[in-house]
Design a protein around this ligand. Structure first.
Ligand SMILES: [Mg+2]
Length: 244
């Protein structure tokens, strides 16, 4: 995995960068693998249900369904987009099916709850998943009450991150001033349009090759491993409490 250039690292979290972050007016958080660790692997369940949905709805064997799923994902950015383009699949039926997962693997996060309580500024969710899924995950984590709004894949007219027009729509709909906003996300490429708009970006580091692509680019301003710890250190104004 590429390592970001030293000057792009967030830690030690001190000086002007830290002070600026504490003045953030709007925090835009991705959901999956950002608010909880990727090691939880909820996506592993969603991934299998996408394959099964394709097999059932297109009457394909599991192997062929898998191949089609990955082809659409890499061509269109989401499997759903490809299914909509080529098969007129009902997006809401797809989203309901693939997010019908067991979230017991996800642990409540009192640490994130505390960190978000102490973090000043409006908080929004910006996800390529559905609002129902986002609410379920946030409820399980115990952090739902911190977020003013969810901007989901339907709000994005089923265009996924990192399509730049989606970010423009988010900013317009929620009256976000990019210059006083921060976007937090585990897929490094998804931070590029945010940075282009003038937002400060935080990459939640992942071992995933897909998530890491482009993490050494200038659009990644801060890198964190433990989001709750980093946000807590930011609120404390602690200089070096969040090694990354
Ligand atoms: Mg994510």
């Amino acid at each position: 995995m590429n390592q970001p250039a030293e000057h792009q690292r967030s830690s030690p979290l001190s000086g002007p960068a830290s002070a600026t972050l504490r003045q953030t007016e709007t925090w835009v958080f991705d959901l999956d693998n950002t608010l909880y660790p990727a090691s939880t692997n909820l996506f592993g369940q969603i991934d299998l249900r996408m394959r099964d949905f394709i097999a059932r709805s297109l009457n394909l064997g599991l192997e062929d369904a898998r191949t089609l799923q990955k082809t659409y994902f890499h061509t269109y950015g989401t499997t759903l987009r490809g299914l909509m383009e080529h098969h007129a699949v009902d997006a809401h039926a797809f989203l309901d099916y693939v997010h019908d997962i067991d979230i017991d693997a996800l642990s409540p996060s009192p640490a994130l709850d505390t960190a978000l309580t102490r973090l000043s500024g409006r908080k929004l969710i910006f996800t390529n998943a559905s609002t129902d899924h986002a609410r379920r995950v946030m409820k399980r984590l115990g952090v739902e009450h911190h977020f003013d709004s969810i901007f989901d894949i339907a709000d994005a007219d089923f265009e996924p991150k990192p399509v730049p027009a989606v970010y423009a729509r988010l900013v317009e709909r929620h009256r976000i001033d990019p210059k006083t906003s921060v976007m937090v996300e585990d897929i490094a490429r998804n931070l590029e349009p945010a940075a282009a708009l003038g937002m400060t970006t935080v990459w939640v580091r992942t071992d995933s090759e897909w998530g890491s692509q482009g993490n050494d680019g200038a659009h990644v301003h801060h890198v964190v491993d433990d989001l709750a710890a980093w946000l807590g250190a930011l609120s404390d104004g602690v200089a070096d409490a969040a090694p990354c």
